[in-house]
Design a protein around this ligand. Sequence first.
Ligand SMILES: Cc1cc2nc3c(=O)[nH]c(=O)nc-3n(C[C@H](O)[C@H](O)[C@H](O)COP(=O)(O)O)c2cc1C
Length: 205
Amino acid sequence: MKVLLINGSPKANGNTAMALNEMIRIFEAEGVETELVHVGNKDIRGCIACHSCSTKGKCVFNDLVNETAPKLEAADGLVIASPVYYASANATLIAFMDRLFYSTGFDKRMKVGAAVVVARRGGTTATFDELNKYFTIAEMPVASGRYWNNVFGSTPGQAEADAEGLQNMRILARNMVFLMRGIALAKAEYGLPERETITFTNFVR
Ligand SMILES: Cc1cc2nc3c(=O)[nH]c(=O)nc-3n(C[C@H](O)[C@H](O)[C@H](O)COP(=O)(O)O)c2cc1C
């Protein structure tokens, strides 16, 4: 069982990393393999809508996105974490996530997703909603904590004082493990849900 964690902060040891490390400790204690991909400090451009991924099966820009794709394919769970920037996720993370999800045609169904947001003060729930949308367009069940997965802190390390936020990270990680295990059992017993041929309709016809 494996979880891929994405850090959208430019800081390797900031508050977002602290929130993720709290989850990683639980995953490791539960015997779940983890891999952390640090995205926020990379030079990653946004999607140019060239659609070459639909024929090539990978992004036209051969960078961390294509490197991460097989890791996502192999993972049972995905954690996307971001600092809040102007009540939204970090722009580099969004460029990365758009291209990662758009360019990969493999089946993401039933991989468990969890969004984590870190802020000084505000914009957390808007960012939480933003990140959860990657999961809910991909038939990925969303793991919940006992709040909206936010951790508060301003300068690096301040999140340590947010005892409730960090406790929620531990609860979230345990819930994720439970869901991943349950889904693995259900897959073995029943298989994945039947797939329909997808119908695309646009509003401009
Ligand atoms: C460009 C920028 C915009 C920010 N906007 C917000 C914001 O809208 N709301 C907020 O509470 N904090 C905001 N912050 C503060 C960060 O979210 C906060 O410092 C967070 O702990 C950073 O996480 P990190 O240490 O993992 O990078 C902003 C910081 C930066 C650099």
